[in-house]
Design a protein around this ligand. Structure first.
Ligand code: ADP
Length: 482
């Protein structure tokens, strides 16, 4: 079976969040099960071509008339094969030769609609010019959700499409003036707008999202972001498949970013990581419980309730370290707290992969009080590093974290009763009480580190879904395209 897998960000080439982790690790898990996967992404200006030996495969390709109505813009195709997966990159400097994926610190790029329409058309054209076959087109998030439209005017018109929603809050909504570029008729607009994700949800052969709980939640008004009705209509062709974690990238046993390695059997290295991290941040290691946060500074991640909860919880026996990219006003509020409570809080802005690894390893608890959470990888990573998650049980957090009971030893996290600053403060207090029970805490850390969210089960589910779609579309034999 051959899969074309399209994503706007793929680790290690370009990353802002969990989508990039999944776009690297799911194709690898599929390839390990004998599937040929061709991953497509834009070649952004900052992608390190030399470091990853990304080479040009085709100098000039062009989007055909069927998709543009005229001579379309040109692009080049680059590629590299890594761990049995082919990665292809669409190069067009006008659209992608920039230092950001979606925008700059000043805001979103204003031509994102045109950029990602171009990307999707270019992938269809690139597959045709490189003679790449596909049994399934696997699309990810709004940036690729118009592919059912573009594929329909190509040799891939019969190929089943799977759209995976990693975050329903980002839909790609643009004015009706983009209809022509997007190839959408008036009746294909959503609430009078071009809505990339809504179009994909309506037209993909199957829609998946990244946890069973989120798959249920998004059919409600509270979580549906206005798309709940079209999601409900998909009925049985909307699936929730929990993301896996790639333990070859996220394990303290073998992590080049850490000053010391450690395992559940021997936790000494974890202490070294903590001392070294705090020293590098100019904070004294007092032996207090260290609470970590790595994530986008957005209300989705609960950063607005973290700020009052931290202020309420600050005491001698707790310290905080934050790493986040995003809304500068949240960063500024956290910086104020850092000033107000010297030696207790460290706030780090920007995207910093090495620091992220060190925070997972050094922290004792990991804060994820998300308002909604499609899956969440950070809590899975935290568990792998023995940092106990403190979460709002929504979406994937509900599917992956269970309340710890010091009495019975059941569970491996601390759940908020509701999405509020006081519930977060209460969950942190419970964590602090347990942290004082040294023997029990160490047992909890060891247990957390042994929990596994591997790609085994999820990869099998995707493959079963691909097979069902293929059989439904073509019967048991024969390719789908000319
Ligand atoms: P989301 O995709 O909603 O941002 P996830 O928990 O699914 O959240 O995935 C976030 C991923 O991005 C994790 O791998 C996390 O370590 C990483 N990450 C988030 N923010 C940063 C940052 N500022 N610097 C480095 N890595 C980050």
């Amino acid at each position: 079976m051959e899969i074309a897998f399209l994503a706007s960000e793929v680790e290690p080439f370009a990353k802002t969040g969990g989508l990039a982790d999944v776009a690297r690790s799911l194709p690898a898990a599929l390839a390990a099960r004998g599937i040929e996967v061709n991953v497509f992404m834009p070649l952004y200006g900052f992608v390190k071509r030399k470091k990853y030996t990304i080479r040009r495969k085709l100098k000039v390709s062009r989007i055909g008339r069927a998709l543009t109505g005229g001579a379309g813009p040109q692009f080049s195709i680059y590629g590299v094969r890594k761990n049995n997966v082919n990665f292809f990159f669409i190069e067009n400097d006008r659209y992608f030769g920039r230092s950001g994926i979606y925008g700059s610190p000043r805001g979103e790029y204003r031509d994102n609609a045109a950029r990602f329409i171009f990307f999707q058309k270019a992938v269809i054209a690139a597959m045709a010019s490189l003679n790449i076959k596909a049994d399934i087109l696997h699309l990810n998030d709004w940036h690729t959700a118009l592919v059912p439209r573009f594929a329909s005017s190509s040799v891939f018109s019969n190929v089943p499409t799977v759209l995976t929603i990693h975050n329903l809050a980002y839909q790609g909504i643009y004015g009706a003036e983009y209809s022509r570029l997007a190839g959408l008729k008036k009746e294909e607009l959503f609430k009078k707008n071009v809505n990339f994700l809504a179009y994909g949800i309506k037209t993909a052969d199957a829609v998946t999202t990244v946890s069973p709980t989120y798959a249920r939640e998004i059919k409600t008004k509270k979580f549906g972001c206005g798309l709940e009705n079209i999601l409900k209509k998909r009925g049985n062709s909307l699936y929730g498949i929990l993301n896996g974690l790639d333990y070859s990238s996220w394990s303290p046993k073998n992590d080049a970013a850490l000053p010391a390695s450690y395992t559940a059997a021997d936790l000494k290295g974890k202490k070294i990581c903590k001392t070294r991290l705090l020293a590098s941040l100019g904070i004294k290691n007092t032996g207090a419980l260290l609470a970590g946060f790595v994530g986008r500074f957005t209300p989705q991640k609960g950063i607005d309730i973290i700020i009052p909860a931290v202020e309420r919880s600050i005491r001698k026996d707790i310290q905080f370290v934050f790493l986040g990219d995003g809304d500068v006003s949240f960063e500024a509020s956290l910086k104020k707290l850092e000033k107000k409570f010297p030696g207790r809080i460290s706030v780090n802005g920007g995207f910093n992969d090495i620091l992220a690894h060190r925070i997972y390893a050094s922290s004792d608890i990991f804060l994820m009080p998300s308002e909604f959470e499609p899956c969440g990888l950070a809590q899975m990573i935290a568990l792998s590093y023995g940092s106990i998650p403190v979460v709002n049980p929504t979406g994937g957090l509900k599917d992956t974290v269970e309340e710890y009971s010091p009495k019975s030893g059941a569970g491996w996290g601390f759940l908020m009763k509701k999405h509020s600053a006081s519930s977060l403060a209460a969950a942190m207090r419970r964590a602090l009480e347990c942290y004082a029970l040294t023997g029990k805490w160490e047992k909890l850390v060891k247990k957390a580190m042994r929990i596994s969210f591997s790609w085994d089960g999820p990869a099998k589910k995707y493959i079963a879904l691909y097979k069902r779609l293929l059989i439904a579309k073509r019967g048991k034999r024969g390719r789908l395209y000319a």
